[in-house]
Design a protein around this ligand. Structure first.
Ligand code: ADP
Ligand code: MG
Ligand code: MG
Length: 928
């Protein structure tokens, strides 16, 4: 049978049909289970049903699927039976399995898994006889009914109830018995709970819980396939751009039991710290527990290492003598198992050359590894791990650069709490620093509220006892996440780190009351809507809203940025028009200003009056009078910027927006202005009315202003060039580039250029000195693209204004698209918001054409882009491939663009290399 017709892949006893390369077909979990077998890691035997079968099931239905896989599945169960010496559906010596989801991309907790499958009342009795451990058997059975009931039989909370009805039964039983945790249940309790669970299933679904293991198995397999299409999985895929067509694989695997007593345990470990990136082995476990117990946060897990355990204790305010007795680490409790686990972790990290997130179970003193994957991590950890692994020679430079997702750099640049504020504020509680970041918000206790409040513009902190995958949307909407229970591997912690969202977990001293919507500490009660602040790096929770300050950039970050610049071809500039922005951008490594919007400079209090005067003047004389007042102010702005840029290119765009944006629409201000100008209010009002436009975006703006009122361009050119001359006398160089906006015809370009050049000559003569400067244009009107060759004869550079170009290509008004674009996105009419991610299919063609034609007009034409897209990684890759010279983006996105530019160059290199390799091979094969 070849791989195309093979539907099931087995693994066990150091053999496997598949391997790590086969993630597309076997999913990440299945491919790595196979690989771990090949590496000799102890993994319970099992088999993987391919993602191909998921597509068949979803498209062609249940019967078709079963007809295809039935024989192979039956034979593979036999394979498990042979390896384990047990028999599926046998009463005396039963084989129990887990049925696990696992897609190509990791989607932690989004799909379903069922454990302990293969039990019924008779088999329970047989297994008790075999193991002589009734508590364990009933515990396994009740877990099985709970999972199967939920996943396969769809038992849900009743309308309006948030609590899982199975958990409700467990809670009631606990209260009745006066127990603190589930671990206190004895065999008898668990037997009763299993019976109540079955009754719940019957009542809720009208069906009996199935007792035939084969029926259970087929039900579970198809339910796991179905879970690919559950709401949260779909939502997760949308968020992470995972294609629907991929489908999930199903893994069926022999059970190993962490719930057989105190010599058994289950846990999760990481080869490095997922939140800081430090190279320290860490993780959490619970004794006498199974499956998701550690992640679910229902019992507080223990730490795997002594070191981790001590850190945890000091955060939780627990003294060492108490810690070592009440909360010992795995390293202390099961030293041999610990060593073996550490050994496996080292093998796996070296093999996969990345931080591993490893699930394990200890069954009566024997270690089993159940899963390994490249661990989710914060942006900061991503950077640190990449740089560390480079230094450890685990990765080469290119791979290290590719390891960091440009979008995630954002997290490192976010502000942190102001030190001064921290000292003065009240700490209300301490939890585990599960995911770093500083965030403030108003308390909400339910995911639905987090979504609702944040859609109304509120900043919220989602406060939960623990989170579950159902809370995903609320977690996305919240500014930060706080849980009272759970550890560093809890659902909340893992998901938050994956999203780069601030999270504090396991703040045990907080009492959360969902019904009253309050949370309490020993001496304080906070209610829904109150402000709190979380410091995800220290685990400290503060009352109120704390001020923030700039983040500190690490040496690792700088190193990554330097490496990026080594590999990238695109230069990264910034869009900036204030000294503050310019300084931020330089700190982030901008190599110039790609867009300085002069209109922003006019909105200043002292300038706006003269600006209005200029606009409302009735003739050129009046306008010149007002412009003369503006000139020194503009000149000073440019001097400041040139000084800060210290010889780097500064691209200045001449006045662009329609004039009515500057005039006052409020009566009182209009009157003041009239007094100032010595004309009547009536005249001012008329003039303002005359400026009204039906469609200002397509109206009197851009170079249309400079061509109808040449004195504006004249003043601006004067300010720019005089500023350059002035700072030249201070010994500072400058490289001004004067950019004409909204050009659509050659004449528009020519006329503006003439004004600028004539002005320049006049100034140079006056000063007896010259400045090098460029004159170029934005490419943002489709017509400019079509005649780009002719425009380039007059323009020394092009800069794509992709915001306007997108607006005019789609015919979507930037200001009005909010009314329909969200719906278009939802319906899939457009895949991304074209104002954020460049539409390569359409607008991209215009870019390609303008580049080609532009270079015909002028072979050394300098080409850049200054729209929003300059900071979007996918768009940056496109601009790289089009051969642009630079991208320009807002200051905080400069590092993102730098890294994205390096990714683009490295990927291109790889493609070229692959093509060359192929050519060589081809040549060789022809020679033979
Ligand atoms: P997820 O993808 O949500 O992590 P998994 O399929 O990994 O789901 O399973 C959930 C939990 O059950 C994990 O903790 C895993 O280690 C445990 N588990 C899965 N299969 C087995 C098995 N055969 N024996 C013991 N524990 C298992
Ligand atoms: Mg798992
Ligand atoms: Mg524009």
């Amino acid at each position: 049978m070849n791989n195309l017709t093979k539907t099931v892949f087995i693994f066990g006893d150091k053999q496997a049909d598949g391997n790590a390369e086969m993630k597309n077909l076997l999913g990440g979990k299945g491919a790595n289970l196979a690989e771990m077998n090949l590496l000799g890691i102890p993994v319970p035997p099992g088999f993987t049903i391919t993602t191909e079968m998921c597509r068949i099931y979803l498209n062609e239905g249940h019967d078709k699927l079963i007809s295809i896989i039935k024989n192979e599945v039956t034979a593979s169960i036999k394979f498990i039976e042979d390896r384990t010496g047990t028999k599926f559906s046998d009463v005396d010596n039963p084989c129990l399995v887990s049925v696990r989801s696992g897609s190509r991309a990791s989607m932690p907790g989004m799909m379903d898994t069922i454990l302990n499958l293969g039990l019924n009342e008779n088999i329970v009795k047989g297994l008790i006889k075999k193991t002589n451990n009734a508590r364990f058997v009933w515990d396994s059975y009740r877990r099985f009914i709970q999972m199967y009931g939920k996943v396969v039989m769809d038992v849900r909370p009743e309308e309006g109830d948030f609590v899982d009805p199975f958990e409700e039964i467990l809670d009631e039983a606990k209260i009745q018995k006066g127990y603190q945790t589930d671990s206190e249940f004895n065999a008898e309790d668990l037997k009763n709970i299993a019976q109540s669970f079955k009754k719940l299933v019957k009542k809720s679904t009208g069906k009996d819980f199935p007792s035939d293991p084969w029926e259970q198995l087929w039900g579970a397999i198809t339910a796991v396939f179905d879970s690919w299409m559950n709401e949260r999985a779909i939502y997760y895929r949308e968020m992470n751009n995972i294609p629907q067509e991929w489908g999930t694989a199903v893994n069926v695997q022999a059970m190993v039991f962490g719930n057989m007593g105190q010599k058994s345990a289950t846990g999760v470990s990481f080869t490095r710290d997922a939140s800081t990136g430090e190279k320290i082995f860490n993780g959490e476990f619970l004794t006498n527990a199974q499956g998701e117990d550690v992640v679910a946060g229902t019992r507080t897990p223990r730490q795997i290492t002594i070191e981790g355990s001590r850190r945890w204790a000091s955060l939780s305010g627990i003294a060492e003598d108490i810690r070592s007795i009440d909360f010992p680490s795995l390293e202390e409790m099961m030293p041999e198992i610990y060593q073996e686990l550490l050994g496996c972790a080292e093998v796996l990290e070296l093999h996969f050359k990345d931080m591993q997130d490893i699930e394990f179970t200890v069954q009566e003193g024997k270690l089993w590894i159940l899963q390994t994957r490249n661990g989710k991590r914060t942006g900061a950890a991503m950077v640190k791990m990449a740089v560390d692994m480079l230094e450890e020679n685990l990765l080469d430079e290119k791979t290290a650069v590719l390891r960091v997702d440009p979008k995630r750099l954002d997290e490192l640049l976010h502000p942190i709490f102001d030190q001064g504020e921290i000292i003065q504020s009240d700490i209300i509680a301490q939890g585990l620093p599960a995911s770093p970041g500083a965030s403030s918000g108003r308390i909400v206790f339910f995911a639905e509220d987090a979504q609702l409040w944040s859609s109304e513009g509120e900043s919220v902190i989602l406060v939960r006892i623990e989170t579950s995958p159902e809370d995903l949307k609320g977690m996305v909407a919240a500014n930060g996440i706080l849980t009272a229970r759970g550890g560093m591997t809890s659902h909340a912690a893992v998901v938050a780190r994956g999203m780069g969202k601030c999270c504090i977990a396991g703040a045990e001293r907080l009492k959360i009351d969902y019904k009253q919507r309050i949370m309490q500490t020993e001496n304080l009660t906070l209610k829904e809507g109150d402000w709190i602040s979380l410091d995800g790096s220290t685990g400290k929770i503060y009352q109120g809203k704390l001020k923030t300050s700039e983040a500190q950039l690490t040496a690792d970050f700088e190193k990554l940025m330097d490496l990026s610049d080594q590999y990238s071809r695109l230069e990264v500039r910034t869009n900036a028009d204030t000294p503050k922005d310019v300084m931020t951008a330089r700190r982030f490594g901008a190599k110039g200003i790609g867009l300085c919007r002069t209109e922003h400079m006019f909105f200043d209090d002292d300038k706006i009056m003269s600006m209005r005067e200029m606009i409302l003047s009735e003739n050129e004389v009046g306008r010149r009078k007002a412009l003369a007042k503006l000139l020194p102010m503009q000149r000073k702005d440019f001097e400041d910027i040139f000084r800060l840029m210290n010889g780097l290119p500064v691209n200045i765009r001449l006045l662009d927006p329609p004039l009515h944006e500057f005039v006052p629409h409020d009566e009182k201000v209009q009157k003041e202005l009239a007094d100032e100008m010595g004309i009547s209010h009536e005249i001012i009002k008329q003039k303002i009315e005359s400026l009204y436009e039906f469609n200002p975006m397509m109206g009197h703006r851009g170079c249309r202003l400079g061509n109808t009122y040449p004195e504006i361009s004249e003043m601006q050119a004067t300010a720019i060039l005089e500023a350059a001359l002035h700072i030249k006398y201070e010994g500072i160089e400058s490289r001004p580039e004067i950019m004409i906006p909204l050009t659509g015809t050659v004449e528009e370009m020519q006329m503006q250029k003439k004004i600028i050049n004539q002005t320049a000559e006049k100034i140079f003569e006056l000063y007896g000195d010259r400045i090098e400067y460029l004159v170029g244009t934005m490419i943002e009107v489709p017509r400019a693209v079509l005649i780009a060759d002719k425009i380039a004869e007059h323009a020394e550079f092009f800069s794509f204004g992709t915001n306007d170009l997108t607006q005019m290509t789609f015919g979507y008004s930037r200001d009005d698209s909010g009314k329909f674009l969200p719906m278009y996105l939802e319906k899939g009419i457009v895949k991304d918001d074209p104002f954020q991610v460049l539409d390569q299919e359409g607008v991209g063609q215009l870019v390609t054409m303008a580049v080609r034609k532009g270079k015909i007009g002028r072979s050394n034409l300098k080409i850049g882009i200054c729209g929003e897209h300059g900071g979007d990684p996918a768009s940056v890759e496109f601009f790289h491939n089009e051969g642009l010279n630079y991208v320009s983006c807002s200051p905080y996105r400069v590092p993102i663009a730098r890294l994205a530019a390096a990714h683009a160059a490295i990927k291109e290199d790889k493609k070229i290399n692959a093509a060359a390799q192929y050519a060589i091979k081809r040549q060789e094969s022809l020679l033979i």
